[in-house]
Design a protein around this ligand. Structure first.
Ligand code: SAM
Ligand code: SF4
Ligand code: SF4
Length: 339
């Protein structure tokens, strides 16, 4: 039986973080002051291994999950990724298997190998077209041109339509909206502008740093004629738009100003096997302990189902100064739980 939660939301998506490590230090996600040389990342023995990930995914698929997203940290840092993709793509019920990456390790050969293993699509992250702005956001001096190269690699391997995530921060890259649109017109790539979120505790988020969805759309309108499109699927997070000359589609993800908790069907698995039923969770449920203590499939499946049935998360809809304060300093980091 496929479980529904306390607000009648089913479980259809699972996001799996494959590692807490990353080769970038995006200032809003893994600021160098907190993720510097002294930061202790997880040892390999703590991470779920491929057998464990495959087994949990199979059990989740039995409960209604059909869409998987592999993320991190930087998921391409995980060795043997094509093998894992191959194993996950074969699971009954999984019809969409995506990867979110910063693109720095997405060579032509890797993209081809992932496509051959059954990866459906890739989302790349690129927060600016201006090279200096991008280098200062990723804080490892990584050039825009190389991410554009990775986008080409993904596209030529057939891992499209490619989406490009661009997290907007006031005073940092809000002037990159129109350059993004210009860059991807006529390419089939779909940029998605994302409101900067108060995930985790390390990025010093303030509401004033958010560029609201309405302003993003209005900015595009200053230069282009645009029309709204119907949502891609019920519960979809992005509002979709297209330039009326048909040269580009883009999305806007208004997690802060128009929260979408009502249709939230996503579960998240951290790299060490903790299950979070909300991006803003404070505690995960330890599934690795069950696996490593020898629990059988029926026990794990009924645990997953009962966690989902008791779920009441609606953090973004309830976001107020009080809830911010209650969880401040305790929320799990984005690089740990996966975006
Ligand atoms: N390293 C990979 C990447 O950057 O694509 C995958 C993991 S990253 C945590 C996944 C996505 O979350 C990225 O597109 C990133 O820009 C986004 N992200 C990270 N912190 C965020 C925040 N505070 N608000 C909104 N999006 C955020
Ligand atoms: Fe790394 Fe992605 Fe976070 Fe940037 S957003 S630091 S690339 S995990
Ligand atoms: Fe889902 Fe939590 Fe985000 Fe609401 S705040 S959409 S429940 S992850």
């Amino acid at each position: 039986m496929q479980p529904t939660d306390q607000y009648n939301r089913g479980l259809s998506d699972l996001r799996i973080s494959l590692t807490d490590r990353c080769n970038f230090r995006c200032t809003y996600c893994m600021p160098r002051e907190l993720f510097g040389a002294e930061h202790l990342f997880l040892p390999k023995s703590e991470l779920l291994d491929f057998d464990e990930i495959e087994r949990l995914t199979r059990l989740f698929a039995g409960l209604g999950v059909h869409k998987l997203r592999l993320t991190g940290g930087e998921p391409l840092l995980r060795r043997g990724l094509p093998e894992l993709v191959d194993r996950l793509a074969r699971i009954d019920g999984i019809d969409d298997l995506c990867l979110t990456t910063n693109g720095s390790l997405l060579t032509h050969e890797r993209a081809e190998a992932l496509a051959a293993s059954g990866l459906s699509r890739v989302t790349l992250s690129l927060d600016a077209i201006d090279d200096a702005v991008f280098r200062s956001i990723n804080d490892v001096d990584y050039p825009v041109a190389d991410v554009l190269g990775a986008i080409d690699n993904a596209q030529s391997a057939g891992l499209g339509p490619i989406k490009v995530n661009c997290v907007l921060q006031r005073g940092v890259n809000e002037n990159q909206i129109l350059p993004m649109i210009e860059q991807f017109r006529g390419t089939g790539v779909v940029p998605r502008f994302i409101e900067y979120m108060d995930v985790g505790a390390s990025n010093g988020w303030r509401l004033d740093d958010v560029v609201p969805a309405r302003e993003i759309v209005d900015t595009v309108r200053t230069e282009h004629d645009i029309t709204a499109l119907a949502p891609a699927a019920p519960g979809a997070t992005a509002s979709r738009w297209h330039l009326t000359d048909d040269s580009l589609q883009f999305g806007v993800i208004a997690s802060i100003t128009q929260p979408f908790c009502g249709g939230c069907s996503r579960a998240r698995l951290s790299a060490i096997g903790e299950l979070y039923t909300c991006l803003f969770g404070v505690h995960g449920r330890d599934l690795r302990a069950l696996l490593r203590d020898g629990a059988d499939d029926a026990t794990i499946e009924s645990t997953l189902a009962s966690i989902w049935r008791t779920r009441t998360d609606r953090f973004s809809e309830r976001r107020t100064a009080a809830t911010q304060h209650e969880t401040a300093g305790r929320r799990v980091e984005m690089s740990y739980i996966g975006g």
